[in-house]
Design a protein around this ligand. Structure first.
Ligand SMILES: O=P(O)(O)OC[C@H]1O[C@H](O[C@H]2O[C@H](CO)[C@@H](O)[C@H](O)[C@H]2O)[C@H](O)[C@@H](O)[C@@H]1O
Length: 521
């Protein structure tokens, strides 16, 4: 949630401390094309229905939705069913596809006559956000998004675009499903909780809410006050110039800007002084290099020896996306604690087991999703499913690049049938998991409590390389230390220090051993 200023309750503050990216809907938020769309829809439907199409119909049934969904949704509201038709249907055809063509003809005709108007305060906000270091994306159901952006000369204000054409190519369901916003966040390399959604349509606001974005701002251009908050917005504004932007001291920065832990070893050791250190380690990409096949990610003898020694001095836990038994089988060491399935499945002190309860209730959904994925992906060579107790991973590392969108489409269609699951991801992998507020950071908190270490005298240190490790970095911000293993691709991270690769991770762990007085053997 954004903070609100006490003296001006309408003003919203977006600070780099809280967020990294802002995702803008286009029509009605940035450009004045919502009214062009509304007029085109009215021209279309008024020839078909009585009483005529109203502004309320526009807001309830078509605004923000993909074109054909909007047609189906409105016709259904009037008890009308038309044949679906085919994409080849012309604008004169009395089919859903034909109406879609006709509506677009009306839209482009008006656009040509009037040109594209922009909301100056939205453009001003975009400029202020980018100057403060926010990343920005445009997320629109419109298939005319590029045309509109070009005509309005706004293309340079966005780092990513997910529009109707892209959604169609990837098979992503449109708003109110959250998938197009999630895809934009993924393209920006930002976790949804660190991104803000700006929307004027109820369907878009619902999509932002369902995607668990850090903040959803309803931009009220028309309609009754409170309707967007009613649809799930955290806050409603009528004027984007009231949104304040703060550079703040962001907790997130580009991975390249994060200082090296080994170069700053004196500083790091000073930060540990007088504190009991507890060590939490991701597995893939952290304790072992990323390799082509998941089963080949074996722990090296050198790393195993280092971990064994580390566990003689400190509480140590492996916190991984792997299935718990697989993780334990790879590490093969006594005296460590383990959390598998991205923290849903934990083996804590004294063999105390924890399985996230709400996640357990959703296991039949994960089972069904796994079956559907196996069926849907069977024809795409190179895909590989990896079932963990609480999640199912779809590896696409070996899929021909041109066919990766097909994989994404299959994942999206399975997800659309299982709204209680969500998509997360990592290195060339999509994962489906229970859509609940549980992640590696929560697992670390659980372990600290179970170990009696949830107090100020303890400094938790988490080392990881991937997006799911960012949850732990965020959770420990200000009360522990996060160390990120740099990959080939730069992305924002909340980590405090960086390590170049798995060998540097080992050197860092050796540094901890030396700090504790060296090997005990
Ligand atoms: O949380 P982690 O321990 O980092 O696990 C994350 C995922 O890692 C594995 O996949 C990744 O590593 C494989 C082996 O190097 C690689 O082939 C794959 O492309 C990577 O995505 C693991 O297979 C997944 O189950 C984990 O969720």
């Amino acid at each position: 949630m954004p903070s609100t200023e006490p003296l001006a309750p309408a003003a919203v503050v977006l600070s780099r401390r809280d967020f990294d990216a802002v995702l803008f809907d286009l029509d009605g938020v940035v450009t004045r094309t919502a009214e062009v769309h509304a007029a085109a829809w009215k021209r279309l439907f008024d020839t078909l229905v009585e009483p005529p199409f109203t502004q309320e119909d526009y807001q309830r049934y078509v605004d923000g939705r993909p074109r054909l969904d909007g047609i189906r949704c409105f016709l259904e509201s009037r008890g009308l069913v038309l044949p679906e038709g085919s994409p080849e249907d012309g604008p004169e055809a009395r089919t859903v596809q034909g109406l879609g063509k006709r509506k677009n003809t009306f839209f482009t005709e008006t656009l040509d006559q009037r040109g594209v108007g922009v909301f100056a305060h939205a453009v001003g906000l975009l400029e202020r956000l980018r100057a403060a270091g926010f990343r920005t994306a445009v997320v629109s159901a419109s298939r005319n998004c590029v045309t509109v952006l070009r005509a309005a000369r706004l293309e340079h204000l966005f780092d990513a675009r997910v529009d109707g054409v892209e959604a169609g190519r990837l098979g992503l369901p449109g708003k109110p499903a959250p998938d197009t916003f999630l895809e934009a966040a993924r393209r920006l390399g930002v976790a949804p909780e660190r991104a803000v959604v700006l929307e004027d349509a109820q369907a878009g606001v619902q999509a932002g809410r369902r995607g668990h974005f850090g903040c959803v701002i309803g931009v009220r251009r028309a309609g009754p006050e409170g309707a967007l908050v009613g649809a799930g917005a955290d806050v409603e504004v009528t004027d984007l110039s009231t949104v304040r932007v703060e550079e703040g001291a962001s907790s997130v920065r580009s991975m390249r800007e994060v200082p090296s832990a080994l170069e700053r070893r004196e500083e790091l050791l000073r930060r540990m002084e007088g504190r009991q250190v507890a060590v939490f380690l991701d597995y893939d990409g952290t304790l072992t290099p990323i390799v082509p096949q998941p089963e080949d990610a074996r722990l090296s003898d050198a790393m195993r020896a280092t971990l064994a020694e580390l566990a003689r001095h400190y509480p140590v836990a492996a916190v991984s996306g792997r299935d718990l038994p697989v993780l334990k089988g790879f590490v093969r060491l006594e005296g460590l604690y383990f959390a598998g399935s991205h923290g849903f499945d934990i083996e804590g002190p004294g063999g105390r087991a924890f399985q996230q309860e709400e996640g357990t209730a959703l296991l039949p959904e994960v089972d069904a999703a796994e079956r559907e994925l196996a069926e849907g992906l069977a024809g795409i060579p190179g895909t590989r499913l990896e079932r963990k107790r609480f999640t199912v991973a779809v590896h696409w590392r070996h899929v021909e690049e041109a066919r990766v969108p097909e994989v994404e489409r299959q994942v999206a269609s399975v997800l659309a049938r299982h709204p209680r699951l969500r998509r997360s991801g990592g290195k060339k992998v999509f994962e489906l998991q229970p859509d609940i507020d549980w992640h590696k950071g929560r697992a670390v908190e659980w372990l600290l409590r179970a170990l009696g270490l949830a107090h100020e005298g303890v400094l938790p240190v988490f080392v990881g390389d991937d997006l799911t490790d960012e949850d732990a970095f965020q959770t420990l911000k200000g009360r522990g230390l996060g160390l990120v293993v740099r990959g080939e691709v730069d992305r924002p991270t909340a980590a405090d220090y960086a390590l170049a690769d798995v060998e540097e991770v080992r050197q860092f762990l050796e540094l901890l051993i030396a700090r504790a007085g060296g090997p005990k053997r």
